[in-house]
Design a protein around this ligand. Structure first.
Ligand code: HEC
Ligand code: HEC
Length: 448
């Protein structure tokens, strides 16, 4: 996928730098050899070391995504080349081969100095985005199925794709789910082929009886299991019947409106009796009926060609009024400045989807540890498994948010580690300096 790709330009520059370091090495060695009074081993060693560092950095570049490459290039590589050039200049001067380094080196030196300064300056600027306000596309009635499915795609992934970031829209689904065949991050089902799976699943014993029986009310969502005809009318498929005539569409709709009606094996809590997925028609996600059906339309349409890629959801009709696809909060890239009240900030970032957070109403997520950091953090730091850099609670909380994989928390209830990589790794791109300070202050105080 595009945002995960490396950037060709930076990769190319890296290779160029490495070749340049090789050239410097050869140049220095051959110049020293020509002269008896110059220590070839000493200078060869220094420039050999530069070459090695450059080579390792270039190799590392290939394992990074675009955003990280950019930071690495300006943070580390340019600095290395700067030092290399500086040393090269010193070499020329101290060995009196020339009383100044050659013009090409001096020019390059100035170029890199300016790059380093510029990189420093832009990092120092507050990390504000100035994307234009998103346009709300309203439509009435006459919408094609392709457009409707596209609306669903926007609700899931948003319209803005920022390089190196997972694209996430108002529905927040990609926080937990993957969508491409074969891509499993661990704790939540891959949604590829969900319609086809669901269609056969609704006839299985496990579906009929667990965790509630078909025909029973699931209390958290207020939905009757396996009864598409009893779904609130504004969501319902035309001609919806009972369990016997359940379609793939009905299964998907039930999965999102009543996650605990059926819990996919291995993905639930309490022995797969409770789903950790939020009801998407309720806060914090709160999709409208039109949006829920748009999401289903997208899930149906992106499947492989065949029976299950047919979209069967009802199109919104003209008398349902104008439909907003792109609402401001749902569409804009997620970013908090720190001026928001703490509760709003935490909800915008989506922490409550996975964490139970004391003091934040409705934050009852269960995919990650309960955030009782006033007590938890000191325990984590003392754990022999802890290899991070934090010395106190605040540092630990900051590290957990900006670099979640520094330490993976043990899930004591299940007696296994929480899944690595489930907590989003890109909060550093979504928070201003003020916002992260405020968030860390708050989370560091939380206790059970
Ligand atoms: C906080 C994490 C989380 C979020 C956010 C989330 N889900 Fe889920 N979802 C899960 C988990 C865990 C399961 C598996 C347990 C279950 O069956 O409910 C699941 C199950 C499903 C299933 C059934 C999958 C199957 O294989 O049968 C569908 C469909 C689904 N989610 C769609 C969505 C959509 C669409 C969204 C966004 C509007 C979304 N989910 C948001 C965690 C999440
Ligand atoms: C998609 C689910 C998900 C979201 C969203 C999420 N986290 Fe996490 N978080 C996890 C998981 C899973 C862990 C445990 C694994 C680990 O240690 O990385 C975790 C661990 C943590 C920890 C360490 C907890 C401890 O007791 O040691 C902190 C602190 C934390 N998250 C804060 C946050 C904050 C703040 C946000 C919102 C800005 C957030 N998380 C959003 C899943 C999530």
């Amino acid at each position: 996928m595009l945002p995960e790709q490396g950037d060709i330009l930076w990769t190319f520059c890296t290779i160029l730098f490495t070749v340049f370091a090789l050239y410097a090495f050869i140049n220095v060695v051959s110049l020293s050899r020509e002269r008896d009074d110059v220590n070839t081993k000493f200078w060869g060693g220094i420039f050999g070391a530069f070459l090695l560092v450059m080579f390792l950095e270039a190799a590392h570049m290939f394992s990074l995504n675009q955003q990280e490459q950019l930071a690495f290039f300006f943070g580390k590589m340019v600095l290395t080349i700067f030092l290399l050039l500086l040393t090269w200049g010193i070499f020329f001067k101290s060995t009196e081969i020339e009383n100044q380094s050659p013009p090409i080196i001096r020019a390059f030196f100035w170029w890199t100095t300016i790059s380093v300064l510029l990189a420093g300056y832009t990092n120092w600027l507050p990390q504000q985005r100035s994307d234009p306000p998103p346009k709300a596309t309203a439509f009435v009635g006459e919408v094609t199925m392709e457009e409707y499915a596209e609306m669903g795609r926007v609700i899931i992934f948003g319209t803005e794709q920022i390089a190196g970031q997972k694209a996430i829209g108002k529905g927040q689904c990609p926080l937990c789910h993957t969508f491409e065949a074969g891509n499993n991050i661990g704790r939540c089902p891959n949604l590829f082929g969900v319609g086809e799976r669901g269609f056969t699943r609704v006839k299985e014993d496990r579906y009929l009886n667990e965790p509630v029986k078909v025909g029973e009310l699931e209390p958290k969502s207020g939905i009757v299991k396996g009864a598409p005809d009893q779904i609130p009318e504004e969501y319902r498929r035309e001609g919806a019947g009972g369990h016997d005539s359940m379609t793939a569409e009905d299964y998907i709709r039930e999965s999102v409106m009543c996650p605990s009606c059926y819990v996919v094996k291995g993905f639930g809590k309490a022995g797969d009796k409770v789903s950790p997925m939020p009801v998407i028609t309720k806060p914090p996600i709160s999709l409208s009926p039109i949006e829920v059906n748009a999401v289903i339309a997208y899930l149906q349409s992106y499947n492989e060609p065949g029976d299950y890629s047919k979209v069967t959801v009802p199109l919104p009709s003209a008398d349902e009024g104008p439909t907003e696809t792109a609402e401001d909060e749902g569409d804009a890239p997620i970013f908090v400045t720190g001026a928001e009240p703490i509760g709003e900030m935490i909800n915008t970032l989506g922490c409550p989807l996975c964490h139970t957070i004391p003091g934040i109403e409705g934050a009852e997520g269960e995919l990650g540890p309960k955030l009782h950091e006033k007590v938890n953090a000191p325990k984590r730091i003392k754990d022999p498994r802890y290899k991070g850099k934090a010395k106190n609670t605040k540092e630990y909380v900051r590290e957990s948010i900006l670099n979640p994989n520094a330490y993976i928390v043990m899930n004591e209830e299940e007696n296994e580690l929480f899944p690595e990589g489930l907590m989003p790794q890109d909060f550093k791109n979504k928070l201003s300096v003020d916002a992260i300070d405020k968030l860390v202050d708050f989370i560091s105080q939380t206790e059970g």
